[in-house]
Design a binder for this molecule. Sequence first.
Ligand code: MLT
Length: 315
Amino acid sequence: MHKILMTYDNTEGLGALFSNKEFKVEIHNKLSQEELKELIKEYDGLLIRSEVKVTKEIIEAAQKLKFIGRAGTGVDNIDKETATEKGIIVANVPGGNTISATEHTIGLMLSLARHIPEAYKSLKNKKWDRKNYVGTELFGKTLGLIGLGRIGTEVAKRLNAFGMKVIAYDPFANQETAKNNNIELKTIDEVFAQSHYISIHSPLNDSTREMINAQAIKKMKDGVRIINCARGAIINEKDLSDAIKSGKVAGAAIDVFAKEPPQDWTLIETDHTVVTPHLAASTDEAQVRVAKEIGEVLVDFFTKAIVRNAVNAKK
Ligand code: MLT
């Protein structure tokens, strides 16, 4: 019998796991770090979303843990190094959120270009103000993607249809994918210099942490607009807020924050920002898809010793 700790309570799509007699799945959501550290000792497998932080301390407290499954894409909330040292597999399901994250990105871009949230707020307050909410078209503008994985590519496909020119920076980009989707690959400085809109779709790691900072912003076009549905810490929030206040950056649409929930509200409170609380993957379809997929990866791991979607290597 494999004991699995699940830290979210939406069990839709997980029928195959719950009905499997080889597993005992227990749901504990809203655990504090201290509670998780205590509880983790008894479990063979752990299923999480992004709000749970699987730190070195948690992994070291685990006594039987063999598998950490992330129902979603980003694995920056898991100490993969310590997991690897302890021979624990860390797996994610990178494809399940793609369409939802893509559509949210485009929703934010349009909101930013057309001042939809501000105009909505104004009209709800019974003001008929058309003058202050004149927008700009996406048509004919250059979109610079930072990161050309699944989401970046899907964003490009849709915005090509809007008549945008799409350029991208990604050191691991697939040339064929770029060519087939009418995306020009560029250096990071070329993306900064040529884009009217910059949308971030990279993972958070040592080379992307705070890559959008004052120095990078200086290299961008005046009036650039920045969209981030990837990870908050890729942007230095204070530098971005300062650049919006100075007028260098015309606006930003931000779904993800360096700390979630935010501890510093500076960027959120800055004018010309459109903000959502990490909602890009929050659709009925994506939530069920990722839960179902990670459930299948977990069952295969424990019952057939098949390791799928591992983001670390077992020693
Ligand atoms: C992901 O990495 O899967 C998305 O950002 C959604 C999330 O973390 O909740």
